[in-house]
Write a protein that binds this ligand. Sequence first.
Ligand code: SF4
Length: 208
Amino acid sequence: MHHNVTQKECKRCGKCCVAGGPALHIEDRNLVVTGRLKPSHLITFRSGEPAYDPRGKRIVFLKKELIKIRGQEKIGACMFYDKDKNSCTVYSWRPLECRLLKCWDTSELEGVFMKDLLTRRHLIPDGSILYTLIDRYETLFGLEQLCAAAADLATGKSSIVNRLKVLIDKDLEFRRAVIRGFSISSVDLDFFLGRPVSEILAPMIGDS
Ligand code: SF4
């Protein structure tokens, strides 16, 4: 736990927002249901994906699905962070983690870390066309399968590299079909389906 006894209130330094957007919790569900947070603001990280753990400062494989607010291109700061004004553009309705984060005493935030996380199941009705699509995607591009293929890369066999390339191409094809068939933008797909396979595998396969 980080505890700075001399600081008692937020100095609006923006450091927390620069580190990236928050993960959403069930308590934040209404922000999505009421349309304040739209699919284009969100990215789904599927269970099993490699992701940066800010506490351990290392890459871990997620044990649960989580939905995060998107980062700004290149700098990675939360998309709602206004660098020039050093402020949050959605401050009055910022999500739970942002309300709890006090950088001088992180105990409240740590209390909710990875707990009661909002997932697509809380937002997309079971049995809906969208959910059927998500299920189909999980069958075709499940994280277990992707990570196993990436781990096999160490064997150096060119057949493994080809297998991964086929997966990446198939994923792109699947996404293009969804964009055409369901009129969903590619940005929104990062919420509905999660990140493209190429992005998920990038840290594991490097320049292979
Ligand atoms: S929602 Fe606002 S307070 Fe939360 S990380 Fe983004 S800019 Fe910062």
